[in-house]
Design a protein around this ligand. Sequence first.
Ligand code: CP
Length: 304
Amino acid sequence: MKRMLQGRDLVSIHDLSKNEIELILTTARKMQTNPRPDLLKGCILASCFFEPSTRTRLSFEAAMHRLGGSVIGFAEGGITSAKKGEALFDAMKIVGSYVDIGVIRHPQEGSARLAADASATPIINAGDGANQHPTQTLLDLYTIQQHLGKIDDLHIALSGDLKHGRTVHSLCLALAHYDVRLYFVSPENLTIPEAITHELKKKGVKFSFHATIDEVIPKVDVLYMSRIQKERFSDSNTETPSGCLLKKKHLERAKKTLRILHALPRLDEIEKSIDTTPFASYFEQAANAVPVRMALLALILGKL
Ligand code: CP
């Protein structure tokens, strides 16, 4: 079990078995109670963000610093030699030779796999276009376990832009390892891709489609909200569909133990007055990014 992640890339949530996911979650819990300030002393992380980020970039960098490591990198591709036309493969081959581990966010689907192929050192996908965001999934699962004590036997609704939402895609694929019931809430034009539902069917996960949060709210233990991914749209209609707007009045019909998650940033899909209710777990979820990413970095770097 130990060192099973050493030297590995994390590009897709498929790269992790259920045992490996559980190892990361258990290690993150230990990190939260027993910080290890010198564990990654002497190690360098390359933080390569070709697309905007607040949480993912800063929590990866904070995680590395909290473990005594160092960080180099950039927060936008426009200040790198990509601007002069350098191929991503060449750039990541070089970056990989400077550091012990790299994190990449890029607007193109498949870019993280390309970077991992180019780099001799491990690469973690911090979001590749509308494809995947596997480390967000780890902190989503961590937060669900933290609040509900389990992942099995839960009814989980995912609402919003399920077509372009990479956090939704990775989370559904990870949930396929568990005994869960899923509810997809979106208009037809933003529905979950068939590649994901195909995988769920293969694993025997039950799911259904709904147009409004109202239809599912009394049944669910977790409501995973997502924003309209405006940056992935070619047309101009990027309003949140009315059925995917969560209002405080919805919560009158919710289980008392319901937890609302959101990878953030939030636009208008969660009414702000919900933030101070016991249902809102999204800010804690964002904070959990640091111990989860500490665990992941330490395990991939073979220090645990
Ligand atoms: N959750 C998430 O990916 O947020 P950022 O885009 O701010 O990194």
